[in-house]
Design a protein around this ligand. Sequence first.
Ligand SMILES: Nc1ncnc2c1ncn2[C@@H]1O[C@H](COP(=O)(O)OP(=O)(O)OP(=O)(O)O)[C@@H](O)[C@H]1O
Length: 624
Amino acid sequence: MFNFLKSISAKRPAPDGKPAVSVRERVSALRNLPAFLKLIWYTSPGLALANIALRSLRAGLPLAMLYVGKLIIDAVVTLTRLPASERVLTPVLTLVALEFGLVLLADALGRGVALLDSLLGDLFTNQSSIRIMQHAAELDLDQFEDSTFYDKLERARRQTLSRTVLMSQVLAQGQDTVTLVLLAGGLVAFQPWLLGLLLLAVVPAFLGESHFNERSYSLSHSWTPERRELDYLRQTGASDETAKEVKIFGLSDFLITRFRELSDDFYRQNKSLVLRRASWGALFSAIGAAGYYGAYVYIIARTVAGQISLGQLTFLAGSFARLRSLLEGILSRFSSVADGALYLQDFFDFFALRPRIVRQAATGETARSFPRPIRQGFEFENVGFQYKSGTKWAIRNLSFQLEAGEKLALVGENGAGKTTLVKLLARLYDPTEGRILLDGHDLREYDPAELRQEIGVIFQDFVRFQLSAGQNLAVGRIEERQNQSRIEIAAQQSLADTVIAKLPGGYSQMIGRRFNGGVDLSGGEWQKIALGRAYMRDAQLLILDEPTAALDARAEHEVFQRFAELTKGKTAVLISHRFSTVRMANRILVIENGQFVEIGSHEELLAKGGRYAELFALQAAGYR
Ligand SMILES: Nc1ncnc2c1ncn2[C@@H]1O[C@H](COP(=O)(O)OP(=O)(O)OP(=O)(O)O)[C@@H](O)[C@H]1O
């Protein structure tokens, strides 16, 4: 027992060997509560106020009911001592009616509180989810690629629901504390040391609860990555997106085995914790009961000795029993509130993350607005970039110019760094070394939001939004989603119009298989729609990162013919492995292992007989 109590305050490793959370950390996490309560208040001040008002009223009722109960017993005892002819029941019946009224009121208030909790909780959950989405949208791409960040996001997301439980718990804690103070007042007036006995009876249970809650939090916290893996396995094992390959490659056993390994492991660790919790819980509960019966015997002895009335006996015994359960409730709830507050830490940590890709004005400069039109173009000055999770440079020592109005093609083998270069241009990342200039100024001096408005990028792994065909085009410029003629023009320009003409619902046809009535498209058809997004924009720089790989040869040829016409005067970057497309560009930049190899027009590079000429000859040989 002593060892067990000592272990409560000691910081012990969680079952998986990772450090557990100490009581001090949990108590200090309570400092998150004021900010949390503020959030709840702002969710709906009206509902929050009504909740507090009903709970305050409800808090006084137990004492009132116990007191009326005492008055009833005392009145009955007095009546039984009177001669039969003088016994008038009316005062007793009035008291009973009063108690009945109080019971009804308590019930109504309890229901009102539950209703307000649930309404406030729903609003809070919805608003938290919205805040999470809003904040996630502000963060940088590399933050999403960081698994620690992902765990934080996951915990913040997972906990939005349990936050409503925490809210009810914090409010109930306030309500029960008021009831407790009122009842304790009565007990202290009668015999102060009974309060000490009460504390002795419940403190072990509280310590036990704290200990096991701490273990449970640690277990759950340390399992976040595995739980993400479990979710991933569950999704991969049974989803429309993966069903095809899972079947073809017979992957289900592999996935199920891994799922079973992980879930069994968690089950085992959790089971041992729950078992220990249940056995210690039984012991502490027995100690609590012993305390109660000790006090009961004492009160009975005082009643038998004629020192207190029968009414007082019921009042005190009732108060003691009620106080014990209240105190136990408050103390054990304190543990879960502290746990909730720890989870809140994750929630607030997530919101404390700040994007690093913001406008960095040179000292003393005001905001530099994006040039319209771009005059000189972009210049890469000795640019190097390393992914956070990568060990090697994805791009290194890269210097070249992308002139205003030119069409530049990027050529290089898989993993050469083409997509990375494009992401740097769109400032999804900042260079690790060197800089990118736009019209002679560092790209970082422009507002990233304005920059992205002026750049249209269609990536090779574009998103297949589970939306209507029209909306899938409109995502290129979402403010124009109601502008049907603009959507239709973009569709004609990207050849998506022929795809949409075949859809039963036309532009309003839901595409993708996830939702009812959705129609799936072929890879090339999806690409035509995604390409249309580029034409929805009035961007000055257009980047197409292999969005035509799935198009048949004729469609690709046509797309690029149109692309050249439609982007006349605009700057464009094309990435393609097909040299028939690449040769349409004004200049071609060849990169290898993230480094500059050569740049020039198709003819110049062929004449030079370098890497480009070699790759071109290789592809041409394949067609002979
Ligand atoms: N998010 C990432 N995290 C870590 N490394 C990455 C990431 N994305 C790309 N890389 C690495 O950076 C290098 C360049 O990748 P990039 O996607 O730019 O190549 P690419 O030329 O576009 O290739 P492909 O022709 O196959 O599309 C590769 O070695 C790749 O493994």
